[in-house]
Design a protein around this ligand. Structure first.
Ligand code: IDP
Ligand code: MG
Length: 151
């Protein structure tokens, strides 16, 4: 079992619908630890960089327009098999093909408004974390203070 980090985005549709807290809670309660969190507006250059693999596809321009349309939350989550775990919590790309209980199935209908992003591999995670958290030192968690008892 590998300790991994993954990048998630709470996309503009989720932000505008007031679902950020609900979505973050689903990752959090699964046991993924937040090690990076930012509220930001993605500009066209950043969108192009992040979604470079989709350049030239028919939905690319719409995708860039969508991801740049309002502030989003970018997060780095850490945990055992974090990449696969986050993708499992999100569900399949097309909400109507996503399993019930996943974010995309529970809150979405349209592939072009599918609420969340999650890295698809550890290599993608490294690349995407570098885009959204460039130059930031992400903290590490140390469990040396009892969260329940004051000593
Ligand atoms: P993923 O987000 O599940 O990794 P990708 O295939 O990497 O899915 O596509 C990136 C994003 O592009 C999707 O999350 C979705 O927002 C958008 N997208 C993918 N396919 C389509 C499409 O056929 N029409 C409109 N948007 C699409
Ligand atoms: Mg993808």
């Amino acid at each position: 079992m590998a300790l991994e980090r993954t990048l998630i985005l709470i996309k503009p549709d989720a932000m505008q619908r007031g679902l950020a807290g609900e979505i973050l809670a689903r990752f959090e309660r699964r046991g993924l630890r937040m090690v990076g969190l930012r509220l930001l507006k993605v500009d066209r250059d950043m969108a192009r960089q992040h979604y470079g693999e989709h350049e030239g596809k028919p939905f690319f321009n719409g995708l860039v327009k969508y991801i740049t349309s309002s502030p989003i939350i970018a997060g780095v989550l850490e945990g055992t098999n974090a990449v696969a775990a986050a993708r499992q919590i999100m569900g399949a790309t097309r909400p109507t093909e996503a399993a019930p209980g996943t974010i995309r199935a529970d809150f979405g209908l349209e592939v072009g408004r599918n609420l969340v992003h999650g890295s698809d591999s550890t290599a993608s995670a490294r690349r995407e974390i570098a885009i959204f958290f460039a130059g930031e030192r992400l903290p590490t968690w140390k469990r040396d203070v009892d969260p329940w008892v004051f000593e």
